[in-house]
Design a protein around this ligand. Sequence first.
Ligand code: PEP
Ligand code: MN
Length: 334
Amino acid sequence: MIIVIRKGAEQSQIDNLLTLLRSRNIEPNVSKGAHQTVIGCVGDVAHLDPSLIEALDVVESVQRIQEPYKAANRRFHPDSTIIEAGEAKLGGGHFAVIAGPCSVESEEQIIQVAQAVKAAGATMLRGGAFKPRTSPYSFQGLGGEGLRMLSAAKRETGLPIVTELMDFKDIELFNDVDVIQIGARNMQNFNLLKEVGSYTKKPVLLKRGMSSTLQELLMSAEYIISSGNPNVILCERGIRTFETSTRNTLDLSVVPVLHRLTHLPIIVDPSHATGYAYLVEPVAVAATAIGADGLIIEVHNDPAHAKCDGVQSQTPQMFAETMQRINAVRSALN
Ligand code: PEP
Ligand code: MN
C-alpha cells in the first residue's frame, strides 16, 4: 500500500500517521520529494482498510499494490491446488468433467444419466436436490430425497457427486456428497461461506455470482479458505450483460486471468453460461482450449420433459460427442 501525503501537511500529523501504522505492525517507509511525500507500507496490510486511511486529513490518496486476498493468491502460493474427489482430480494439470442433470428427478433418471455420462468419460456426477429457482412456483428440487437418489447413483457408478447446498441447516444431509456446490446466487452469502469453510474440508465448488467481479469471487473463496477449508474450485458460469441472445455472457478470458491471480482451479459451465444445448459443445471446446481445469455440463435423458433447464441440457448422445471433441483438444494441446 502506498500512501500519498497531502501537500502542506504538518510533520506532527505525519508522525501520528506513522505511529498508527506501526501500531498495526506495518513498517512505513517515508520518501520525501520536493513536491510530495509518500509512505510505502511493508507488512500485512490485509487488515488495514484503505478507505479509513484515505479519510484522514493528512492523506491525499491511498493506492493498493497488493490484492486483498491472501490465501487464494498465487503470489503467496505459487503451486496450483489439486482437488481430489473420489478418484477424480482437478487442477494442476488434472482435468475433470462434471456432468448430469440440472435437477435430480427420480432414482431411475439419475442412475440412467450417471451411467451414460460415466461411459462417455465424465469423472463426476452433478444433480441438484436443493434448487435456487427464480420463481417460487417452479420445481424446487427433491431435497433430502434427491440426495438419497444421488447416493444410489454414486453406489451404482462410483462417480463422486456434486450438489448445491443453499442453507447450512441441511448440511447433515450432505455426508455422502463429495463436492459441495455454492451457487451463483449465494456466492456472497458470507455466513454460508464461513459455515461451510469451518464445518468441512470437502471440496467446495464456488460459482461466480452473476454480477460479481473476479476480486469479489476471490474474496468469497478467501472466506472459505480462511475459515479452514483450502479445497475451493472456482467456476465461471457467465455474467449478466446487456446481451440477450444467450442466457448469460460467458467471460472466457477469466480463465487465464484467474490462473495468474490464484492457485485455485477454475472450471467453466457452458450450460448456464449460454442457456442453449447447441452452444454447449463449442463453448466447452473453447473453455478447454483456453486452459480451464474442467467443465460442468448439464445432461438430461429427456431434455424436452426436464423439470429444470431442459433447453440447455445435452442428451447423453450429444454429451458423448462433446467429450470426444474435448479429448481431441486436450491431446492436441499436450
Ligand atoms: C446449477 O449449477 O445448478 C445452478 C443453479 O447454477 P448457477 O448457480 O450458476 O446459476
Ligand atoms: Mn441448471
